[in-house]
Structure formats: C-alpha cells, structure tokens
Design a protein around this ligand. Structure first.
Ligand SMILES: [Zn+2]
Length: 381
C-alpha cells in the first residue's frame, strides 16, 4: 500500500468507523450514525454518498407512520464483495472464495503429496479459485488458518514440522496478491469464531484433540495471545502418568500429548490411525479401552484449567473427537465435573465438529476488518 497523507488517513478512519457502525447495526439511518460516532452530519453524508457510489453500502427507504420524509436505512453490501479463505493442514490445503456472508462461491482443494511444496500449492489454488471470476477486483482480503505455531501479528509461520515450515513469512509470500492477508492458527480461528458467536462474556478453552493437541483460551472476550505465540499449549503440560512416562517431541517427559493424542495412540498401539478406527469398528476391546482411557487422562488437567481460569465452558474439536465422540464424550464430561470444585462457573462441554476452517476463516475476516483499525477493507479503486 502507498503511504497515505494524514488527511487521507483521517478520511479512511472515518470511512472505517462508519462501516463499522453500519455493520453492527444494519439498517441504521444517517442521522443515527452521526450521533453514534460523533462526526458532523455533513461528513457522514459525504462519506455515505461515496460508499453508495462505490456499491459498498446500499440504501432503502423505510416506510414510517406519520409525517415527513421516510428515512433511508443503510446496509453493507455483503453479497457483492468477496474474500478468500484458506485452510492449511499437514495433509491438505483448501481454498474457498466466499462473499462477505461466508456463502461459498467456489472451492478448490488438494491433498498434499510427499514432495509437494505446500506454499506453491497455496498459490496455485488461490490462482485457481480466482480464475474466470468476474468479481475479481472485489476480492477484499485473504484469511488463512494454519495448523501450527503462528505469529499472527506478523503473519509468520513459526513452525509446522510436517510441512517442513520454519519461520516462513507467509504474509510476505502472498503480498503479490495486493490485498490484506490475515493469518491465524487453526485453533485460534475456532476460538475467535466461538467468541463471536457467543457474544456474551463467556470464558472458555478450545482443545483440539488430533494428531497432537492444540488449544486456545478466551478470557473476557479476548483470545489469549503471548509474545512468542505459544500461549495455551495445553498439550505440553506435564501429566506424568506412570509407568508410561514418554519423552515428548518438545524434549521433556510426560507431556499430555504423549498420552492423549492420535499420535500417541498410534505409537502406543503400534498401528496407524486408519487401522485404529477399523479395530474399534470391529469391536477390538483393547483398542477401545485405550481410547476410553483418553477421557481419564485429559479430564483432570482440563478441570485444572477450568478452576485456574474460572472458565464457563470447554469446546472440543479435532479428528479424535469427530471419530470417537461416542466413546469418550460422556465419560469425559462426567470426569471433568468430578474434578471440579463447586464454586466454578463451568457449565458445559461442547463439541465443534467437522469445521471447514477455510470458510470459517473467510467469515471471521469480516468481523476482524470491522474491528481492526490498522487494516482497511473495501479498497476498490
Ligand atoms: Zn511436550
């Protein structure tokens, strides 16, 4: 983006505030906007006119009883602007094009083969999703969800071991697209989405039980973030279940992830995940018992987090939960309660199943952009 002069900045700031107000209160009138953000009604009128001319907002007349002119209500034109959502996992890349409501326009995906360069696959799929799209200059931003450690502020992927990604500046790699780029860790993406949907002051933890364990904590309406991007690493707290104290990939012994993840099950049972699922279907009691045991192992540390942070709820997600919810859910729910003191606010255990993080990322982008002052959506000149 070119450097902006300060009057330009001021104007963009006003545009953004007006868009935010309309986003939060769709159907609002000009007069109310001026009251809400303390701008002169002339400024509001001018900016609204510009936004209407560009098609960013729409207006319609609202019939009112009584005298005088009917006021015009203003709405964001969500369906004529678009975003790209990307989900990066260690096995697959998904790219979607949606409108600002998250409605799917086009989707592309690719399973990653051993010698694939994930970064090139992302670029190819983005090209593919944009190809022959008539609204190409109305694509506003890209949102990417990545399974791994992400510096969300800088858009740098700190580590995704299976992809051989270390300190990849993904934001920079995609700069050529010429639109704002938002990059988030996958579990944080879910946390932001839950946080937005709940809307009230609900404190919670999202735990992803998958190949490893990921987590994200939301307190007081904010997704926890730390300077080195690894806050809420629930998988690496020590649980130390004797006699099976295993060395973790992180270097220490007895991490939760060495006992209660898909990777751990594969190692302990010496089978791959597909085989584990088959054995459960066949009624293999040893395998089923080991999956049940995950509830016993995960419940006490989860309850500890609830007590420590006075959480209202726990949200579980990930392949392990998708596949084995019938085996673990009730037991886990009961075990957590048994480990809680009675003064905590904790209400329930929730499951967030089979999420399409590409679409979720795209949806979240909209709220992010109306929230965040630094980035500006709706640059269409
Ligand atoms: Zn560890």
């Amino acid at each position: 983006m070119n450097k902006l002069t300060s009057p330009d900045m001021m104007k963009l700031k006003n545009i953004k505030s007006i868009l935010k107000v309309i986003h939060e209160d769709n159907g609002i009138y000009r007069k109310k906007i001026a009251e809400k953000i303390n701008l002169s009604s002339q400024t509001v009128t001018n900016i609204v006119k510009e936004l209407l001319d560009k098609g960013i907002i729409k207006e319609e007349s609202v019939r009112q009883m009584g005298q005088g002119r009917n006021p015009m209500s203003l709405r964001i034109n969500y369906t004529d602007f678009y975003v790209i959502g990307v989900e990066v996992t260690v096995t697959e890349i998904k790219v979607v094009l949606t409108n600002l409501l998250g409605d799917l326009i086009k989707a592309c995906q690719k399973q990653l083969a051993e010698d694939d360069d994930a970064l090139n696959v992302i670029k190819q799929l983005i090209d593919e999703v944009k190809a022959d799209f008539s609204g190409i200059n109305r694509i506003q931003a890209v949102a990417i969800s990545v399974t791994g450690v992400v510096n969300e502020k800088k858009g740098i992927i700190i580590e995704v071991k299976p992809l051989n990604w270390f300190n990849i500046n993904l934001k920079k790699e995609l700069e050529y697209l010429g639109i704002p780029i938002l990059i988030r860790n996958d579990v944080n993406t879910i946390a932001h989405s839950e946080n937005f949907n709940l809307r009230e002051d609900t404190n919670f933890i999202v735990v992803k039980l998958d190949q490893g364990i990921g987590s994200s904590i939301v307190i007081d309406g904010h997704v926890m973030r730390s300077t080195n991007s690894v806050a809420g690493e629930f998988g690496h707290i020590t649980v130390n279940y004797a006699p099976e104290v295993r060395k973790c990939k992180c270097g220490k012994y007895g991490c939760l992830t060495t006992l209660a993840s898909i990777g751990a099950l594969e190692e302990r049972l010496d089978m791959n995940y597909e085989r584990i699922k088959e054995e459960v279907k066949k009624g293999n009691t040893e395998v089923t018992r080991m999956i049940e045991e995950v509830s016993d192992i995960v419940a006490p540390p989860l309850a500890n987090v609830v007590i420590l942070l006075d959480l209202d709820r726990i949200v579980l997600t990930g392949k392990f939960i998708n596949d084995f919810r019938d085996i673990v859910f009730e037991k886990l729910s009961k075990k957590i309660r048994e480990n809680l003191t009675d003064w905590v606010a904790y209400k329930d255990l929730n499951i967030h199943e089979n999420v399409n993080l590409a679409i979720l990322s795209a949806k979240l982008l909209i709220d992010h952009y109306f929230e965040n002052e630094e980035d500006l959506l709706f640059q269409i000149d």
